[in-house]
Design a protein around this ligand. Structure first.
Ligand SMILES: CC(C)(COP(=O)(O)OP(=O)(O)OC[C@H]1O[C@@H](n2cnc3c(N)ncnc32)[C@H](O)[C@@H]1OP(=O)(O)O)[C@@H](O)C(=O)NCCC(=O)NCCS
Length: 180
């Protein structure tokens, strides 16, 4: 018998310090030390999906709000961050369960969903129907609009009511650390 996994959805404001500590530790382990302070900060201020096995956190993902410019509009985007399942619990459907919960949030609150994917994540999101952004990406920086060519080919979107031209330009708002 496998351990029972519980999926919890909560805003950052409602996470206790044990959940915050467990999430940071999980992300540090899964991303093998490549999770920066900025990456962690990017995951805060929205809704988290957490998978617990008893007291052990085995999955984390969150969706936060950003503005994405596309087709002459500043769209309200639900931006998915910090998606990770503990290595020994992967390929058991936990990632899919977290994404299904966050996609419900996207449908209810945002013009589109978006994220910047790892190579492994890309296959996972594509399998869920997320679309690869094929057009040029850019960011609104303090110095003006700048192309972000290193992120081209790694941005995925979840189309909702607003029609998207994935061959067009997509521009994100400014933040410290990785822009996408
Ligand atoms: C990506 C990740 C979150 C997926 O979580 P998971 O719990 O393993 O995924 P699931 O079991 O829910 O997989 C659902 C489906 O997604 C696809 N999928 C998941 N991981 C995949 C992979 N590594 N390669 C190809 N397809 C994959 C499959 O279609 C899978 O269904 P299947 O197992 O029936 O074939 C997890 O592998 C992970 O934490 N990876 C390391 C961190 C990372 O790269 N995060 C993404 C950041 S953008």
């Amino acid at each position: 018998m496998g351990a029972v996994a519980d999926l919890h959805i909560a805003h950052t404001a409602d996470l206790d310090s044990a959940a915050i500590t467990a999430a940071r530790a999980l992300l540090g382990d899964v991303f093998a030390g490549e999770m920066t302070e900025d990456d962690w900060e990017h995951a805060l201020g929205g809704m988290h999906a957490l998978v617990w096995e008893g007291p052990a956190l085995i999955g984390h993902a969150s969706v936060i709000q950003r503005r994405l410019l596309h087709g002459g509009r500043a769209l309200r985007a639900g931006y998915v961050e910090a998606v990770a399942v503990r290595a020994d619990r992967q390929r058991r459907g936990h990632g899919a369960a977290m994404m299904a919960a966050l996609e419900r949030v996207l449908r209810g609150a945002y013009d589109l969903g978006a994220l910047g994917a790892t190579d492994e994540g890309a296959r996972f999101y594509a399998a869920r129907g997320w679309q690869l952004w094929r057009g040029p990406s850019s960011a609104l920086t303090p110095a003006g609009l700048r192309r972000t060519p290193d992120d081209d080919g790694a941005i995925y979107v979840f189309e909702l009511a607003v029609p998207l031209d994935t061959a067009g330009e997509l521009t994100c708002d400014w933040r410290d650390g990785d822009l996408w």
